[in-house]
Write a protein that binds this ligand. Structure first.
Ligand SMILES: Nc1ncnc2c1ncn2[C@@H]1O[C@H](COP(=O)(O)OP(=O)(O)OP(=O)(O)O)[C@@H](O)[C@H]1O
Ligand SMILES: [Mg+2]
Length: 143
């Protein structure tokens, strides 16, 4: 499945994304530097009603956001593995605990520690079309 979007349309795509996501908890966002992973993840958090998004998690590997769903407080982990070397470092940083916590996890640079992802991780590929437009591709397994 594929979506094209500009910043103008990003919120609508984020809403559609969540509708398709079903029960998926772990989302791995692939894409080169500047592709728009953080920007799209922030749009996903906005769509859930997260209020406390503070910038990019470039300086912290694990960011925790909260939102309210039907009166319950829910958590989203936003992880950026860029500065990690491998699975061992990821485990030491607490990444694995997040991935298996049952909370929603939105992960940038999953290539840094591919071996620790749950089997039912949904892989998402973001590509630059031009300065304003991006292509987002999902594994076919959601339907
Ligand atoms: N359609 C779009 N979707 C997302 N970002 C866009 C789009 N059009 C332009 N941009 C711009 O592209 C940049 C994307 O940066 P962002 O930090 O989201 O990338 P990233 O993939 O997280 O990079 P990194 O690997 O360094 O973390 C931002 O400056 C954003 O404003
Ligand atoms: Mg980023």
């Amino acid at each position: 499945m594929e979506f094209h979007f500009s910043l103008n349309g990003i919120n609508e795509i984020a809403t559609r994304f969540w509708k398709m996501a079903g029960n998926t908890k772990v989302f791995a966002f692939h894409g080169e530097m500047g592709a728009g992973k953080t920007t799209f993840i922030h749009a996903l958090c906005d769509a859930k009603g997260v209020k406390d998004i503070v910038g990019s998690p470039t300086f912290s590997i694990i960011n925790e956001y909260v939102y309210n769903e039907y009166g319950t407080v829910k958590k989203i982990f936003h992880l950026d593995l860029y500065r990690l070397k491998d699975e061992e470092e990821a485990v030491q940083a607490g990444v694995e605990d997040c991935l298996y916590s049952g909370n929603t996890c939105l992960v940038e640079w999953p290539e840094k520690a591919p071996g620790i992802f749950p089997e039912d991780t949904l892989h998402i590929y973001i590509e630059v079309i031009d300065s304003a437009n991006r292509k987002l591709r999902l594994d076919d397994k959601i339907n």
